[in-house]
Write a protein that binds this ligand. Structure first.
Ligand code: SF4
Length: 482
C-alpha cells in the first residue's frame, strides 16, 4: 500500500473516532479545561454551607466559630485519614503529592457521605456547599491543588462544585453585579487572624504541657474545654483575650511534673505534613509523645512571617533591578518603596505583637517566634534564598538555628513522598549541614500513607540518641548545682 493511502486511511479512521467521541476537529479545542465556578452570592448564604479544612483541628474549628459569628453557615471537616487518602487516590490524578490526595479525598469523602446518608442528589450537594481553601501559583505542585480539587470532584460526580480561594476580593461580583456570598473584608480577615493566633497559642502550650502531665488524659480534657471556650467566644464575638485568660486558669489546673527528662524534638518539613495531626503524617506528634519526647511544632504565624520576609526581600532586589515596564533608572518606578517597607515592618510588628499578647494571656511563657532574617542569612550559605516553593530555605535555616541556639535535641523533617522542595532540595543540602554540625540529630522522613512501621522504627532509633543527650544534659545540670 502506498504511503499516501496509509495516511488517508489513518485520517479517515481519526475522523470516525473523533465523531464517535463528539470531539472538535481542532485539537486545541479538545484540551481539558478547568471550569471555574465561583458563583456564590449573598442570597445563597442562608442555605449554603462553607466547608473548611487543612490546618490543625484547633485552627479549623476556630475558623468555623469565627465565621459563624459573621453569619455564615460553616463546617470544619474532620482531620483527613487513610480513608480520605483512598478517595483522593481514586479520583485524583496520578503522581500528585500526598497532601493533595488527603485533602481532596477528605472533601470527596465528606460529600459522598452527605449524598449517601442524607439522600441528597449530587446536584443538591453541589448547590448547598462550597469549599474554602488556600491556593498559590506554585512553584511546586501546590499550584495545581485547586485544579486537582475540581478535577477530582467532577470525577466523583460533583461536577461544578465551587472551590473558593482566600483572596481580598470586594463586596460585589464585577460580572454579575450581585453581592458576593463570602465577603473577604477587614472584619473577615481580623476574625481569621484571631482564629489563627488562638489556634497557634493553644497548640503551642498543649505540646509543652502534655508530655509532663501527671494524670494521663488531663491535658486533652483541659484543651478540649479551652477549645470550647474559644469557639463560644469567637462565635459570639466576645473578647478573645478574656477567653484566653479563662483558658489559662483551666490549663493551670493540669498537674505536671517537670522533672521528667524528655528530649525535645522539633518537627519541621513540608507545611501540610508537619501541620496535620492525623494519618497524613502517621500521627507523628502523638507518636513522639508516646515514645517519651516533647514536641516542638511550627506555628502558622511562622508561615505568615516568611511571607512578609519574602515581600521585603523581593522589594529590596527589585528596587535596583529594572523590569520591562520600569521606565526609571532603577526598578519599581510606580511603587512608593519607603511606604512599602514601612507597611511591611508595621505588619510584622503587629503580627508578632498580637501573637505575644495572645501567648501572654494564655500563659504561654518564654515563647520566641523565629527570626526570619537570621534564618535566611544562615541558610543562604548553603541554599539560595531566591529558591521558593514549600518552605524554601527555611528548613535548612531552622536546622542550623536549632543547633546554634540549642533549641531542641533532635529535628525531624517530615514531607510527603517526592516533595519537590523538601525531599528534592532541602534534604540534599541537610547532609552538608549535618556534616558541618555533627552534633545535630537530624532525621528526614517521607510519608506515603502506608509504611508507618518503617517510619516509626527509624524515629525510635534516632530518638534513642536524643534521649541519651537529654539525660546527659540533666545530669550535667544536677552536678553543676551540687
Ligand atoms: S511543598 Fe512538596 S508536598 Fe507540598 S505541594 Fe509542593 S511538592 Fe507537593
Amino acid at each position: 500500500m502506498a504511503f499516501q493511502d496509509i495516511e488517508a486511511e489513518l485520517k479517515n479512521f481519526e475522523e470516525i473516532e473523533r465523531q464517535k467521541l463528539g470531539l472538535e476537529k481542532d485539537p486545541q479545542k479538545n484540551q481539558w479545561q478547568d471550569k471555574i465556578n465561583r458563583e456564590f452570592y449573598a442570597d445563597q448564604r442562608e442555605h449554603t454551607t462553607i466547608l473548611v479544612s487543612g490546618l490543625t483541628m484547633a485552627h479549623d474549628r476556630f475558623v468555623q466559630a469565627g465565621l459563624e459569628g459573621l453569619g455564615y453557615k460553616i463546617k470544619a471537616l474532620d482531620c483527613p485519614d487513610t480513608d480520605s487518602l483512598q478517595f483522593g487516590k481514586e479520583f485524583g490524578n496520578k503522581g500528585q503529592c500526598n497532601p493533595t490526595y488527603f485533602t481532596v479525598g477528605n472533601l470527596v469523602k465528606y460529600l459522598s457521605n452527605l449524598r449517601d446518608e442524607t439522600g441528597m442528589t449530587p446536584q443538591q450537594v453541589v448547590e448547598k456547599n462550597v469549599f474554602l481553601t488556600a491556593g498559590a501559583c506554585g512553584p511546586c505542585r501546590f499550584g495545581m491543588y485547586v485544579t486537582e480539587y475540581r478535577k477530582a470532584l467532577r470525577d466523583a460526580g460533583f461536577d461544578g462544585f465551587r472551590v473558593m480561594l482566600f483572596d481580598a476580593s470586594g463586596g460585589m461580583n464585577q460580572t454579575s453585579g450581585k453581592e458576593v456570598g463570602l465577603k473577604m473584608d477587614k472584619e473577615f480577615f481580623i476574625t481569621l487572624a484571631k482564629a489563627i493566633f488562638a489556634g497557634d497559642a493553644l497548640n503551642a502550650i498543649m505540646y509543652r504541657i502534655r508530655p509532663y502531665e501527671v494524670v494521663a488524659g488531663s491535658t486533652d480534657k483541659a484543651i478540649e474545654e479551652c477549645r470550647q471556650t474559644i469557639m463560644t467566644t469567637l462565635k459570639n464575638k466576645k473578647s478573645i483575650l478574656m477567653a484566653l485568660r479563662r483558658c489559662r486558669k483551666i490549663l493551670n489546673g493540669v498537674e505536671v511534673d517537670r522533672t521528667m527528662v524528655k528530649p525535645k524534638v522539633s518537627i519541621i518539613g513540608e507545611f501540610w505534613a508537619m501541620t496535620t495531626e492525623g494519618d497524613g503524617n502517621y500521627k507523628l506528634q502523638r507518636f513522639l509523645e508516646q515514645e517519651g519526647a516533647e514536641v516542638d511544632i511550627q506555628l502558622i504565624v511562622n508561615w505568615i512571617l516568611y511571607n512578609i520576609w519574602q515581600a521585603k526581600t523581593d522589594t529590596k532586589s527589585r528596587m535596583v533591578l529594572r523590569g520591562s515596564d520600569d521606565k526609571a533608572r532603577k526598578g519599581l518606578k510606580t511603587t512608593q518603596i519607603a511606604k512599602k517597607f514601612l507597611t511591611l515592618k508595621v505588619a510584622e510588628m503587629a503580627l508578632k505583637g498580637t501573637f505575644y499578647t495572645f501567648a501572654k494571656f494564655l500563659g504561654l511563657k518564654n515563647f520566641k517566634l523565629p527570626d526570619m532574617e537570621e534564618n535566611a542569612e544562615l541558610a543562604s550559605q548553603h541554599y539560595n534564598n531566591e529558591l521558593r516553593g514549600g518552605e524554601g530555605h527555611m528548613e535548612v535555616g531552622k536546622l542550623i538555628q536549632t543547633v546554634l541556639h540549642n533549641k531542641a535535641h533532635m529535628v525531624i523533617s517530615v514531607k510527603p513522598f517526592g516533595c519537590m522542595p523538601s525531599s528534592g532540595v532541602s534534604d540534599g543540602v541537610q547532609s552538608v549541614i549535618t556534616e558541618r554540625y555533627p552534633e545535630a540529630i537530624f532525621l528526614p522522613i517521607e510519608t506515603s500513607g502506608d509504611g508507618a512501621v518503617n517510619v516509626y522504627s527509624r524515629i525510635q532509633m534516632m530518638l534513642f540518641k536524643a534521649k541519651r543527650q537529654a539525660e546527659k544534659e540533666y545530669e550535667d545540670y544536677l552536678n553543676l548545682k551540687i
